[in-house]
Design a protein. Structure first.
Length: 208
């Protein structure tokens, strides 16, 4: 299964600015939220609706509203937090969970240190958030953690992905749809996406 690459011109323009090493912390942080909103728009396109009758200032009209399906947003700490507010601006009723993973710099494998999810996570459509899908280790572990707690409808959303990460996530979780803003060339010897945009967490929070 190929990832859903969201090629909207506005999104692609914003990702180009994110890639630029001259882009400052505040602008980078704001842009991550904006890109996340655009990705959220596409990832929720299949939400069910139902017809209701409302009274407008002019007349009575039949229109559509969301059919009550519950949503949960689960950012992978810490970089995934940069995507959260942009998502919540579109779906403010969503509940939020958090998964803490960091990458062992020697093995490049993820290490879990925190997991706090809504108690009714099994009843919700879950959007797992992380700006970068590089080796795929953190994404696979995060999805496994969500599944372990009963979730069945899961999507993974990222700004930029490497083919290696997409393949690993798909092989481990073929039932999870992947939404990306850009699919890049490869990983380098340090496990970073090329051309990528650097370390998303450091650039969001100005820690490097």
């Amino acid at each position: 299964m190929k990832p859903m690459i969201v090629d909207h011109p506005l999104l692609q323009h914003k990702i180009s600015i994110l890639r630029n090493k001259q882009t400052g912390t505040k602008e980078f942080r704001d842009l991550v939220g904006e890109v996340a909103s655009l990705l959220c728009y596409e990832a929720t396109r299949d939400l069910p609706t139902e017809e209701v009758e409302i009274e407008t200032p002019i007349t009575v009209a039949k229109t559509k509203v969301l059919a009550g399906r519950k949503l949960a947003l689960v950012p992978i700490l810490r970089a995934g937090m940069g995507m959260l507010d942009g998502m919540l601006s579109l779906i403010p009723a969503a509940k939020v969970g958090f998964i803490g993973l960091y990458r062992n710099e020697e093995t490049l494998e993820p290490v879990e240190y925190f997991c706090k999810l809504p108690v009714d996570i099994a009843e919700r459509d879950v959007l797992v958030l992380d700006p970068m899908l590089a080796t795929g280790g953190s994404a696979c572990d995060a999805v496994s953690m969500v599944k372990k707690r009963g979730a069945k409808r899961i999507k993974f959303i990222c700004l930029i992905a490497a083919p290696e990460g997409v393949e690993k996530l798909h092989n481990a979780h073929p039932d999870v749809d992947i939404y990306v803003g850009a699919l890049d060339e490869c990983l380098n010897e340090n496990g970073y996406i090329v051309p990528g945009l650097g370390d998303a967490g450091d650039r969001i929070y100005g820690t490097k």
